[in-house]
Design a protein around this ligand. Structure first.
Ligand SMILES: *[C@@H]1O[C@H](CO)[C@@H](O)[C@H](O)[C@H]1NC(C)=O
Ligand SMILES: *[C@@H]1O[C@H](CO)[C@@H](O)[C@H](O)[C@H]1NC(C)=O
Ligand SMILES: *[C@@H]1O[C@H](CO)[C@@H](O)[C@H](O)[C@H]1NC(C)=O
Length: 477
């Protein structure tokens, strides 16, 4: 009798486990257009299901799903290649605010399990996207971690989790960095005073001694990978400018690379374009360390002086100024009180911000999009996601955010990338850049590929383990 029921239960669990696994390993096929680069997606039909009955609709989506699953399995034969002598498309995968949490000695066991599982949930999204889409660039839009107020050792440990569990990258360089820079217990520690001395020395030289630019870099480690991995700073990684210390900036740079840089591609051709990575936490103030803000502005002036003639993809964490109602967040600036007793040295400094201010927005956009070549802005920070148009008034040098294009001079679209966290459905943003050889202009488009809340992923893991266990019990019974 027991065996009979056990058998039924085992089969039931197994069926659930199979269905759940098929789902999590084929979920992008449910939304083939949203989960493909633009040109590839255009081949499939646009949504013409409105006039169909429920049954016909189910049939339509079912067929579309199966067709995409088949295409994925037969990959290679269906990959579209750019026409000869046409510049190849840019395929940038943008991942919003993973915000991974840490485990402390008082963290309950269930939360520990949740944090552990969450790393692999995020890792699943990345590996699915990587395998399906083969991106040329991967950018994580800042807020890699959930708090800027952590010690160096915890910062290092989260970097290890970020690198190995989520992005499945080689950690040997990180281990070497710990070997070079640790305390007497062997825990990672950053020598931030060296960073501060170096920064001060560079700022004092005339011209200031910074190197912000790269050219035609397609991978930081061409031997190991064929895409460029970009880490952005977020307020949870380094703090807002009233918080950001030399220690914050030094360890970020040591483990994740520069906070401000550009990469120019194909500069001397008819199709130049560039990526601009901007640390938007260190533009405004009053800041704790003026030197860090000075360096960011120096970056923007140098960028302007490049007189670049091509298209720009701007990657930054904090969105640009907009009127309330256009996106989830509206403008909000908070400052530390003038009698802040806990940390008196922070009194009156910038505590947090939802947007850049109107004036900073104007200055930054004028410096970056000076050449009026089509571009796109990607930001993070608000988790919900949003799309806004910045309309330029060329004469006044002003930019106005709106839902629609209403400038005849120039406009640029800002995409606030929806977060990849489970609560926001595990999204991945897909930016396609296509060079139109007729107009001689780059065209940029964006789609958002959703997964599902983390519970579905957990359900899959639990049913898989349970069915494995039950089936093996049955074998031995
Ligand atoms: C970081 O990880 C190391 C090795 O697992 C551990 O000894 C150390 O205590 C961790 N640091 C923190 C702050 O938990
Ligand atoms: C990681 O990289 C190092 C050196 O760059 C190499 O020796 C090592 O085998 C790599 N590890 C893996 C797992 O690929
Ligand atoms: C960005 O972070 C990843 C993962 O830690 C690392 O492998 C990569 O080298 C970093 N990028 C740069 C430019 O340092």
């Amino acid at each position: 009798m027991l065996k009979h029921w056990l058998k039924r239960f085992a089969y039931f669990t197994t069926v659930l486990a199979i269905v759940a696994n098929v789902y999590i390993f084929t979920y992008p096929s449910l939304f083939p257009e949203r989960c493909s680069w633009r040109c590839a997606a255009q081949r499939s039909s646009i949504d013409a299901t409105e006039s169909l009955s429920v049954f016909e609709r189910a049939q339509f989506y079912g067929q579309r799903y199966l067709r995409d699953v088949k295409d994925q399995l037969l990959r290679g034969s269906v990959d579209s290649k750019a026409e000869e002598n046409e510049p190849s498309d840019v395929h940038l995968l943008a991942l919003g605010d993973p915000q991974i949490k840490g485990i402390w000695h008082n963290t309950p066991y269930l939360s520990r399990l949740d944090i552990f599982g969450n790393d692999y949930y995020l890792g699943h999204i990345f590996s699915m996207m990587k395998k399906r889409l083969n991106p040329t660039h991967v950018a994580v839009m800042g807020d890699l971690f959930s708090s800027q107020w952590i010690g160096d050792s915890e910062f290092y440990n989260r970097t290890m989790r970020y690198t190995s569990r989520i992005f499945k990258r080689n950690t040997s360089q990180l281990e070497n960095k710990r070997k070079e820079s640790h305390d007497s217990d062997g825990q990672y520690i950053i020598k931030w005073y060296d960073f501060a001395d170096d920064l001060n020395a560079r700022l004092q030289k005339e011209p200031k001694d910074f190197d912000f630019g790269y050219e035609d870099v397609h991978s930081w480690e061409p031997a190991n990978e064929d895409y460029l991995f970009i880490n952005l700073t977020g307020n949870h990684d380094i703090g807002y400018s009233g918080d950001a210390t030399f220690q914050h900036m030094a360890r970020f740079e040591h483990l994740f690379g520069k906070d401000n840089y550009w990469v120019e591609y194909d500069r001397d051709t008819d199709h130049p374009w560039r990526i601009v990575v901007l640390n938007s936490m260190l533009l405004e103030g009053p800041p704790l360390q003026q030197q860090l803000v000075d360096r960011t502005w120096e970056f923007l002036y140098r960028l302007f002086e490049q007189r670049f003639e091509g298209s720009t993809v701007l990657l930054t964490h904090v969105p640009f100024y907009k009127k309330p109602g256009l996106c989830a967040d509206s403008e909000l600036f908070r400052y530390y009180p003038h009698d802040f007793e806990r940390e008196p040295y922070k009194k009156n400094l910038l505590r947090s911000q939802n947007h850049l201010s109107q004036e900073t927005t104007r200055r930054v956009l004028n410096l970056i999009f000076d050449n009026n070549k089509p571009g796109i802005i990607l930001t993070g920070h608000d988790h919900e996601g949003c799309e806004t148009i910045y309309n330029k008034n060329e004469k006044a040098g002003d930019w106005t955010a709106a839902k629609a294009v209403n400038s005849t001079d120039f406009y640029v679209r800002e995409i606030t990338v929806r977060s990849m966290m489970g609560e926001f459905d595990g999204n991945a943003g897909l930016v396609t850049g296509h060079f139109n050889i007729k107009t001689k202009l780059w065209e940029w488009s964006f789609t958002l590929c959703p997964f599902s809340v983390q519970h579905i992923w957990w359900f899959t893991k639990v049913t898989t383990i349970l069915s494995g266990f039950l089936l093996s019990v049955l074998v031995f019974m």
